[in-house]
Design a binder for this molecule. Structure first.
Ligand code: FCB
Length: 446
């Protein structure tokens, strides 16, 4: 990668927010504070699902170490913090409130405000309570209604202090990755389950937005992830293959919400497996948003695979430099999605980059971590964000994923995404050179 220019906060519009993101299960320690079991605990305990069968029982022990972690955000001159509130912690059996869980988030939000950090809350970053997983999880329509109840309870407690609320983090991961590919909890590989989850997760979003709006809660949005889809060759078949992937990943959720319809190219495969009368739910799914969150990491090349059933896809390895995840580094993809969202779907609605980052095999040496490659990655993606703004996209903030090295789902603790290194034995935190570079870029002149 050629060295991107080192931007600073003054290269962005006034009021643009910089922050970092985390998620509850990945950092808190699900073993503490009366948190209930979630589907990730059992997925991880099943051989073959997660590297070394690691789980989030202790994670970064953020449940106890949160004051120091919030200090790290503050000391990096950040304006905001994107965190999630675990459903399994707040309602261990999926329906009854755990006061300890609510108290924890209450302290956490007050701690952000005390440090001048705007709390950007995500309601569902994948901690589905096991009792609800037992009843079919996202394949069961009732889960959406239970989710709206959870949204209400937690908002009754925190809603007066959070700056914004996202309903769902990455519906594609919740539905497709977890029910079709089977790489995330609950690890299903079933097209009927997938079609149901693809719809019910948006229904949960719609029901929660309706409930929270009814309570007068402002700044409601959703966080979608996007994957730049390119055909492996110029052939018409490969172009169709890329278009199918684009439909499944990049169009299904945003079109459900903003057009109250699903793309034909995806219904060709999922249509026969959809829940009955799904069309009746579209007005509820299509309620107005206050903002859109865009998560972006990489691109993929796609080839048509006639031998495989729908969606007839074969992944083709790409030529670009890759991160520790094996993901190609492609900052132009971020610019593409920010401008595309504004142009095709949300117009002037505020857009936030709610996640962008890279895993790297960082090593502590002499008490420090030099992750120059992450510095380059970060500034290249800030540059892509700035270009999208110049093209007219109303992007109002950027959250780096992640503040800390943490539990990277099926990859366990092996993949390091943090600005801050975590030693998973001692739990010591060491800010990396990328953290220091970002702190310098975000310095204010007041
Ligand atoms: C996203 C997830 C986040 C983290 C990053 C690397 O898909 O939202 O929890 O795992 O990827």
């Amino acid at each position: 990668m050629t060295q991107p220019p080192r931007l600073s906060r003054f290269d962005f519009p006034p009021g643009f927010l910089f922050g970092a993101a985390t998620a509850a299960y990945q950092i808190e320690g699900a073993g503490f504070g009366g948190c209930g079991p979630c589907h990730w605990d059992t997925f991880a305990a099943t051989p073959g699902n997660v590297v070394r069968a690691e789980d989030g029982a202790r994670a970064c022990d953020h449940y106890h170490q949160w004051p120091a972690d919030l200090d790290l955000l503050r000391a990096a001159n950040m304006d905001a913090y994107r965190f999630s509130t675990s459903w399994a912690r707040v309602m261990p059996n999926g329906v009854t409130v755990n006061p300890e869980g609510l108290d924890f988030y209450d302290r956490l939000v007050d701690g952000m405000l005390a440090r001048g950090l705007k709390p950007f809350q995500t309601l569902y970053h994948w901690e589905l309570p096991s009792p609800l997983a037992d009843q079919g999880g996202w394949t069961n329509r009732d889960t959406a209604a239970r989710f709206a109840d959870f949204a209400q309870f937690i908002t009754e407690r925190l809603g007066d202090r959070v700056a914004s609320i996202a309903t769902i983090n990455e519906p594609w991961c919740v539905a497709w990755l977890s029910h079709f590919i089977g790489a995330h909890a609950p690890g299903q590989r079933d097209i009927r389950a997938t079609a149901r989850a693809m719809h019910h997760i948006l229904l949960a979003h719609g029901m929660a937005v309706e409930r929270l709006r009814g309570m007068g809660q402002p700044n409601l949005g959703i966080v979608l992830n996007f994957d730049y889809a390119q055909p492996a060759t110029d052939s018409a078949q490969d172009q169709q293959a890329a278009a199918r992937w684009d439909g499944i990943f990049n169009r299904w959720f945003i079109e459900g919400i903003t057009r109250q319809s699903y793309p034909e190219i995806v219904l060709e495969g999922l249509g026969p497996h959809m829940p009955q009368n799904w069309q009746d739910d579209m007005p509820l799914i299509g309620q107005k948003l206050d903002w859109l969150g865009v998560n972006y990491y990489t691109r993929h090349l796609h080839a048509h695979n006639a031998a495989a059933p729908w969606p007839h896809l074969a992944d083709v390895p790409g030529p670009l430099a890759k991160t520790q995840m094996g993901w190609e580094i492609y900052p132009d993809g971020l610019q593409h999605f920010l401008t595309r969202m504004a142009r095709d779907y949300v117009g002037d609605l505020p857009i936030y980059v709610t996640e962008n980052g890279m895993a790297n095999a960082d090593e502590l040496s002499g008490g420090a971590v030099t992750d120059a490659v992450r510095e380059e990655f970060l500034f290249a993606h800030l540059g892509a964000t700035r270009r999208a703004i110049a093209e007219g996209a109303n992007v109002q903030g950027f959250f780096y994923w992640s503040l800390l090295d943490n539990y990277e789902w099926a990859e366990g603790y092996e993949k390091r995404f943090g600005l801050v290194h975590v030693d998973f034995d001692s739990l010591a935190r060491t800010p990396k050179s990328s953290y220091h570079a970002l702190a310098r870029a975000l310095a204010r002149n007041d």
